[in-house]
Design a protein around this ligand. Structure first.
Ligand code: NAD
Length: 345
């Protein structure tokens, strides 16, 4: 793979490699699109096998951020940064070096949290650059994105239920939630408040206990995808919808928060062939980016505007499902086409 061939294939505008000699920090910032505004996306700190793996990750993730932001109607584009772990032992010096990289691209990239980053790391970036968002509420930021993501999943689930010809009333609905972390637990709580019967699984005992306390019935993680339910909500890890798992799924609707739920593009067609309504992950899980991107609004963060935009996920999915039914395309392909047309426009 050459960098240019990948950039051309996926439409990336800019890819920057950085090295800070003082701390040894190595990072790549990929800006997919700034057509709708600055590229917003998290910083992911991971132990990559090699540079090629890091590059693949940052290109894929930044492209996905463009589509997520466009479907959410945000005036921003898509970008992402990856840091080749391990992070420098002097965390503050490492964050300041990283902030220097972010500053270098001059506002075309707005950094937020992703794997390996915390709210306090964002505050360290803000020591050096204003192009980092996701500050705590106490610091005048947008706070934890998870409740907004969970609410978006709930809103999107209603749309998916209607697209499947089912009632969008949660009372008595049976939902299986895989992964009960920050977002999954919020989904469980909201479903239970609406009267749904919730089956839940996780690989963490702490998460399981929290889900049980929220009123979920706990099932083995190996059994959750094939549970006899109306809705499956993958809220843990990606790639759970695969050639192997799809034939076993009994839910008629899939609506969850996890990123990259489809193992391959072909899995969207596999779901459609089985008559399963799939809410594209990058549309239904946009609540978090809607929340954090609001920090860059010139008038400052506005919780009411965020709530309205998160509510709007339902109408966006209504449009996507209607268009998919009209054209015979999968919901995933339809959502991608919508995102691309908004970026071009
Ligand atoms: P989290 O780390 O708080 O929770 C993830 C949960 O999934 C944990 O409880 C973990 O134990 C569990 N888990 C991990 N591997 C699992 C497996 N193999 N089977 C079952 N459970 C497993 O993360 P989160 O913030 O709740 O995010 C959940 C998913 O939603 C992720 O895919 C994330 O990328 C995506 N997402 C999150 C947000 C957000 O606002 N936090 C926004 C968009 C997308």
């Amino acid at each position: 793979m050459t960098v240019f061939s990948s950039m051309v294939a996926d439409g990336h505008e800019q890819v920057c490699f950085f090295h800070d000699p003082a701390t040894g920090l190595r990072a790549i910032i990929a800006i997919h699109s700034t057509a709708r505004g600055p590229g917003v996306g998290g910083v992911r700190i991971r132990h990559y096998r090699d540079e090629a793996e890091a590059l693949t990750d940052v290109l894929r993730l930044s492209e996905a951020m463009s589509y997520k932001a466009a479907c959410a109607g945000l005036a921003c584009g898509g970008a992402k940064a990856v840091v080749m772990g391990p992070f420098p032992a002097d965390r503050v010096a490492g964050m300041h070096a990283l902030a220097g990289f972010v500053e270098h691209v001059g506002g075309r990239y707005i950094a937020t949290e992703d794997m390996g980053m915390s709210e306090s790391d964002i505050a360290r970036l803000n020591d050096v650059t204003r192009f980092a968002v996701g500050r705590s509420l106490a610091d005048g930021g947008s706070g934890d994105p998870s409740p907004h993501t969970a609410q978006g999943v709930i809103n999107g689930m209603r749309s998916a239920l209607r697209a499947a010809g089912m009632s969008d009333d949660f009372n008595g609905l049976k939902v299986a939630v895989q992964g009960c972390g920050s977002v999954g637990l919020g989904v469980v709580e909201r479903l239970r408040a609406g009267g749904a019967v919730v089956l839940a699984s996780d690989i963490s005992e702490t998460a399981i206990e929290r889900a049980r306390a929220a009123g979920a019935e706990i099932v083995a993680n190996d059994d959750i995808l094939a549970a006899d339910v109306d809705v499956l909500a993958p809220c843990g890890i990606g790639a759970v919808l695969s050639e192997q798992s799809i034939p076993t799924i009994r839910a008629r609707v899939i609506a969850g928060a996890a990123n990259n739920q489809l193992a391959t593009d072909a899995d969207a067609a596999r779901l459609a062939e089985r008559g399963i309504v799939y809410a594209p992950d990058f549309v239904i899980n946009a609540g978090g980016v809607i929340n954090v991107a609001d920090e860059i609004d010139p008038a400052g963060y506005d919780g009411q505007r965020v709530a309205a935009r998160v509510a709007g996920i339902e109408a966006t999915l209504d449009d996507i499902f209607a268009e998919a039914a009209r054209t015979g395309q999968t919901s995933a392909a339809t959502a991608l086409a919508l995102a691309r047309s908004r970026i071009v426009a």
